[in-house]
Ligand binder design. Structure first.
Ligand code: GRF
Length: 182
């Protein structure tokens, strides 16, 4: 099956726990994708070391060294990407967002959910389009919001589901069972 595995690069900014979930899932012989590289937009992203420890090629570029977002995106950084970049990778680039999109886009999603008083929260894997956190959904998972939750306790509960659905969503895309040509 090795020849038909889709080659996947992961772009991270931090500890990379979702990256680790993908790396672990991709170790299964019948998983339809292989992780060939990990890229970060800053040198201290903890996930870089984790990936290197697994023998995966890593690289980083400090995004502050680049004056414009265009130069930054063309160098392959993971921040808000330019439309030129997202259009080039349309249907082949996916993202995980810690909310039930279209609710709670952007940052601090767990605090947003608590402030809104929702009873359910969760995470979404979606195709990337030029609009931030807007592309078509591939998979979502829900968790309850419990009395006494803080952004941290809620984040922990959501993260368990992130690690479950991200490998599933990548497999769907790699097998052509989820697609977006838009
Ligand atoms: C995750 O909650 C992800 O959904 C969000 O940022 C967090 C990254 O965590 N975009 P990790 O680096 O995967 O551990």
């Amino acid at each position: 099956m090795t020849e038909s595995k889709k080659r996947v690069a992961i772009l991270i900014s931090g500890r990379g726990s979702n990256m680790t979930a993908l790396i672990e899932a991709a170790k299964a012989p019948d998983y339809p994708a292989e992780i060939v590289g990990v890229f970060a937009n800053k040198p201290d992203a903890g996930g870089l070391q984790t990936a290197a420890g697994q023998g995966i090629a890593t690289a980083w570029r400090w995004h502050k060294d680049y004056p414009s977002r265009t130069g930054f995106a063309l160098a392959g950084f993971m921040r808000i990407l330019t439309p030129e970049f997202t259009d080039k990778w349309r249907g082949r680039m996916i993202n995980i967002h810690p909310s039930l999109l279209p609710l709670h886009k952007g940052l601090h999603t767990h605090a947003q959910a608590l402030a809104d008083g929702v009873k359910e929260h969760g995470c979404t894997v979606h195709f990337v389009t030029p609009g931030m956190d807007e592309g078509p959904t591939i998979l979502q998972a829900r968790v309850p919001v419990l009395p006494g939750d803080t952004p941290e306790t809620l984040a922990e509960r959501v993260l368990v589901e992130e690690h479950r659905i991200y490998p599933e969503a990548l497999a769907l895309v790699a097998r052509g069972e989820a697609s977006f040509s838009g």
